[in-house]
Ligand binder design. Structure first.
Ligand SMILES: [Zn+2]
Length: 421
């Protein structure tokens, strides 16, 4: 660790705020508020669903090139990234937002503006994060900012649901930047208070039971996959929850059968298991699997001689790791100071975001709001209001500059502080 990092985050933020260059950059977001909203509308009008982020990724690529960022590329997974080069690639900080939404690409993504409010699916989650990436990159370039470390801007794919963090997973494991990233910050949703430093883990499964199927009267006695599934669901619903670590389960979707008087030949359910504690998550996971197998065996145990048994298939839909960037780590403290500097009330939170992945690798990572406010997230009525958005961008910029450092000017200040106990 370099001596510069020993300086308290509070001092770093104060130093940044004293510099004219930084003051200009912070003011930039206020002056450019309308232009930022215009770009926000543009990018959110481009359809992007789960596994279909390509058009939005290409748009971001054009934008990054236009802004003058370097090494602009779309990787094999579909992530779009670009570099704001500092005097070195060390430290390298990722600043990201996710390209996907929970809506299918056929959804109408047209943005409607009513007064100061913008309406569109995904306008907040994560449209305002994407707008923040573009705004911050533009600000750095247009105000002539010179940083010590470098910033890797990334629009990620597959953050939502069944995407299972495939974008960041690729970025950190196989992409050309894997093993070179020192810290990670994503913008997701609005607000200036929230700092997500704890990764909420989840496991998602599709359970499929299959049998012969037959007539409800004539073939009675054949194993019934819906009955077996019902037994497993009842067992899961009575799971003894731990007292301390918040743990949840949900059967979110069930499918099966064709007719009221037919024994179904197949039934399936999608299950979401979560816990703030990895051990609790494993305990719940084991209980759930046992519930499925025991219920199926019970159903099979009732079958007539010669009848074929139900088969059980548990498919993994998602596996997000649990963990945290410690509250007293440099990045989290810095983000808290930056939050205070813009008048926010820093709140450390736990959630399931792109940060889960770097956190599981031990790389400092947080997810923060991009300013403004929103409602009806994940519905077709989703809205975003850009009032005070600049505060979110300002806190983001302060956190970034505090992490990668400024070239020359700030490091001199840092040395002065370091040698003066
Ligand atoms: Zn999101």
């Amino acid at each position: 660790m370099s001596s510069a990092l020993k300086i308290a985050p509070a001092e770093i933020v104060q130093e940044l705020l004293r510099l004219t260059l930084v003051q200009n950059a912070l003011r930039y977001f206020e002056d450019q508020a309308e232009a930022i909203t215009k770009e926000h509308i543009e990018i959110c009008s481009i359809p992007a669903g789960p596994f279909s982020e390509q058009k939005r990724s290409e748009y971001l690529h054009r934008k990054f090139v236009e802004l003058g960022l370097t090494a602009v590329e779309i990787d094999e997974e579909g992530n779009c990234f670009a570099v704001f080069p500092g005097s070195s690639h060390k430290p390298l900080m990722v600043v990201s937002a996710h390209l996907d939404t929970v809506f299918s690409a056929e959804t109408d993504f047209t943005v409607h503006r009513q007064g100061n409010r913008l309406f569109a699916p995904g306008i907040s989650d994560d449209g305002c994060g994407l707008a923040a990436l573009i705004a911050i990159a533009r600000c750095l370039i247009q105000t002539g900012m010179r940083t010590a470390g470098s910033i890797l801007f990334v629009g990620t794919v597959g953050e939502e649901g069944e995407g299972d963090l495939r974008g960041v997973r690729y970025l950190f494991s196989r992409g050309q930047w894997a093993n070179r990233i020192d810290s990670f910050m994503s913008f997701d949703g609005p607000g200036i208070d929230r700092i997500t430093n704890q990764a909420l883990g989840s496991r998602r499964y599709r359970v499929k039971l299959e049998g012969a199927g037959g007539h409800s009267w004539g073939d009675f006695g054949l194993p019934n996959p819906v009955h077996a599934l019902g037994g497993a669901i009842a067992k899961l619903a009575s799971y003894p929850l731990p007292n301390k670590s918040r743990t949840t389960f949900n059967v979110g979707k069930i499918v099966g059968g064709t007719s009221v008087n037919a024994i179904p030949s197949e039934a399936s359910m999608d299950v979401d298991l979560r816990s703030v504690d990895e051990t609790e998550l494993q305990r719940l996971d084991a209980y759930f699997r046992r519930a499925v197998h025991e219920s199926s065996e019970r159903e099979n145990g009732k079958r007539r001689p010669g009848d074929s048994p139900l088969t059980v298939n548990i498919e993994v839909l998602g596996n997000r790791p649990t963990g945290q960037t410690p509250a007293n780590s440099f990045l989290v403290e810095l983000a808290q100071e930056a939050t205070r500097a813009v008048g926010g009330l820093a709140q450390l939170e736990q959630s399931s975001t792109d940060s889960n992945l770097p956190i599981s690798l031990g790389i400092p990572a947080i997810t923060i709001g991009a300013g403004g406010s929103s409602g009806c997230s994940h519905t077709l009525d989703e809205w975003y209001e850009p009032t005070d958005r600049e505060k979110g961008l300002q806190r983001g910029l302060l956190t970034i500059l505090g992490t990668v450092g400024l070239f020359a000017e700030l490091s001199q200040n840092r040395n002065a502080v370091a040698s003066d106990p």
